[in-house]
Write a protein that binds this ligand. Structure first.
Ligand code: NAP
Length: 495
């Protein structure tokens, strides 16, 4: 991909990351006539989590028509739910079509970013050089750092081991004894593929997920041609999908009882696909549906019923040179261990690298519980904007909708800084606190906090600092414009 090869010494804005969020920010800036920005990308391609996750079966569990930018509809999605290669192609095409590539410096992972009060700017260090900027936008995302489990002995394992987000495509699983640790959104997608390749597969399950059938289907070429000819029709379909997803929200947030029907459907799904009562029992969750992300898969349960698969529910206690040991003392030999153990969601790496007004990092400021006004502005960190920041993750719909809402907020902040001649804006601490109190109050009684499960939505203090506890259109409305009275402002050059 053709991109800028050098970090400029200065830019009005620096964007960290070129996944969905970084690209949305960049495209919208260009559409507003703002070209003075640079994207620092740690890898050598755009795409973020969709670039990194290449495991077999990787696909989206939100319908393609909604899991795409509003400003870049794609009439040619080949399936109702897109696969990773198709999404990655879409992101590359979007970066190219909208002229974002020249703004990207690849292989320039951010090492530190420090606010200079005197200069009213961020000094951003990267692997490719240092850049100063008035405004810093973190689009680093919550699914960018794979989380490895802290199991004693892992380092002693003599076979092959890798995380699903760093799939080792050079390694052939054919004829091997494979252990999979984790049964989340990624594992349910790659396990059927591993089952087919491996001699035998042991799936170590800590908590069974709730799984619904995946209503996927190919989109016939004729339908793609109709979408291309009638963009408004595709937009109408997208709107329909949007409202169908929103319909899940009342059950998740206000009345978990409303999800009873969905739970019945998921139970029927297990009964239909798993005939062995012992295996069925192992795979049946004992917490309320929706407490963890609801998964969709058609081939996961059938894969687990195959004769070369064992599902182990005893807890993994250690790894030896040649296998995995569980709490009952049994060691199961393995040639390869695959970790489907998720990501560092509430302890993102970038939080250790960004230092605000008081010299403390975001991680120090947050003390294990990330918070930001509208998930975007953090008090004491002037001119820093987070995309998919704390409590702005979707539990029920497309993250792209949330990203575009926050991008609109950043654009309005830039406009107001220009209009009022402001070199910095910093959200007031009382505003951030009141917002966070509101969010945490609304979180009480949701299925995410009362559904009887642990999940990656919860931080180390047990708070749900990941999801937005309301309809997505509420966040859209609240991020429409910036109220400067909620910010401490400093007069000066806004650029
Ligand atoms: P995940 O949903 O967080 O699942 C991690 C799995 O690893 C869970 O089963 C967890 O068990 C298990 N685990 C973690 N640490 C463990 C340990 N120390 N010992 C044993 N088991 C352990 O991670 P993921 O599957 O990679 O997915 C992460 C998120 O990525 C998803 O929820 C989703 O938002 C996103 N994703 C999206 C798509 C999509 O289609 N859009 C596809 C894939 C991933 P517990 O449940 O007991 O914690």
């Amino acid at each position: 991909m053709t991109s800028s090869s050098q970090v400029p010494s200065r830019a009005r804005l620096v964007i960290i990351g070129s996944g969905f969020a970084g690209l949305a920010m960049a495209v919208r800036l260009k559409q507003q006539g703002e070209h003075d920005f640079v994207i620092l990308e740690r890898a050598s391609d755009v795409g973020g989590t969709w670039r990194d996750n290449t495991y077999p079966g990787c696909a989206c569990d939100v319908p393609s028509n909604l899991y795409s930018f509003s400003f870049a509809p794609n009439p040619h999605w080949s399936r109702a739910f897109s696969t990773q290669p198709e999404i990655q192609r879409y992101l590359r095409d979007t970066a190219r079509r909208f002229g974002v590539l020249p703004h990207i410096v690849f292989n320039s992972g951010v090492t530190d970013a420090t606010w200079s009060e005197d200069e009213q700017e961020w000094v951003v260090g990267s692997e490719a050089g240092t850049v100063r900027c008035r405004v810093l936008v973190s689009a680093a995302g919550p699914l960018s750092e794979p989380a490895y489990p802290n199991i004693p002995g892992i380092e002693k394992f003599k076979g092959t081991k890798f995380h699903s987000a760093h799939w080792d495509h050079d390694h052939d699983l054919a004829g091997e004894r494979v252990a999979v640790i984790g049964t989340g959104a990624s594992a349910v997608q790659f396990v059927p593929h591993v089952q087919k390749a491996a001699r035998n597969l042991t799936v170590f399950q800590r908590t069974p997920p709730w799984i619904l059938p995946r209503p996927d289907r190919p989109v016939p070429p004729a339908q793609q041609r109709v979408y291309a000819a009638l963009p408004l029709l595709q937009k109408a379909v997208r709107t329909g999908v949007y409202w169908r997803q929103e319909a899940m929200l009342p059950g998740l947030v206000h009345r978990p009882g409303l999800l009873k029907g969905v739970e019945k459907l998921a139970l029927a799904h297990i009964k239909w696909k798993v005939k062995d009562p012992v295996l069925r029992e192992k795979l049946t969750p004992d917490y309320k549906i929706g407490c963890k992300r609801i998964l969709i898969a058609n081939d996961y349960y059938p894969a687990l019923t195959q004769p070369n698969v064992e599902v182990v529910t005893d807890q993994v206690t250690r790894v030896t040179a040649h296998g995995v040991v569980t709490s009952d003392g049994v060691e199961r030999p393995a040639d390869t261990i695959i970790f489907g153990t998720g990501f560092h969601v509430t302890d993102i790496a970038i939080a250790d690298r960004v230092r605000g007004r008081q010299g403390e990092t975001l991680a120090e400021h947050w003390k294990g519980s990330p918070q930001a006004y509208l998930g975007t502005s953090v008090s004491g960190f002037p001119n820093l904007f987070l995309l998919v920041g704390p409590n702005t993750g979707p539990g029920h719909t497309s993250v792209v909708f949330y990203i575009e809402s926050q991008v609109a907020y950043v654009l309005d902040a830039l406009r107001r800084m220009d209009q009022h001649g402001l070199s910095s804006i910093d959200v007031r601490p009382d505003v951030q606190e009141a917002f966070n109190d509101e969010v945490q109050r609304r979180m009480e009684g949701t299925v995410w906090t009362s559904g009887g499960c642990g999940s990656w939505y919860l931080d180390e203090n047990g708070r749900n600092t990941t999801l937005w506890p309301g309809f997505s259109f509420e966040l859209r409305r609240r991020t429409k414009s910036v109220d400067l009275s909620l910010y401490e402002t400093t007069a000066g050059n806004s650029r």
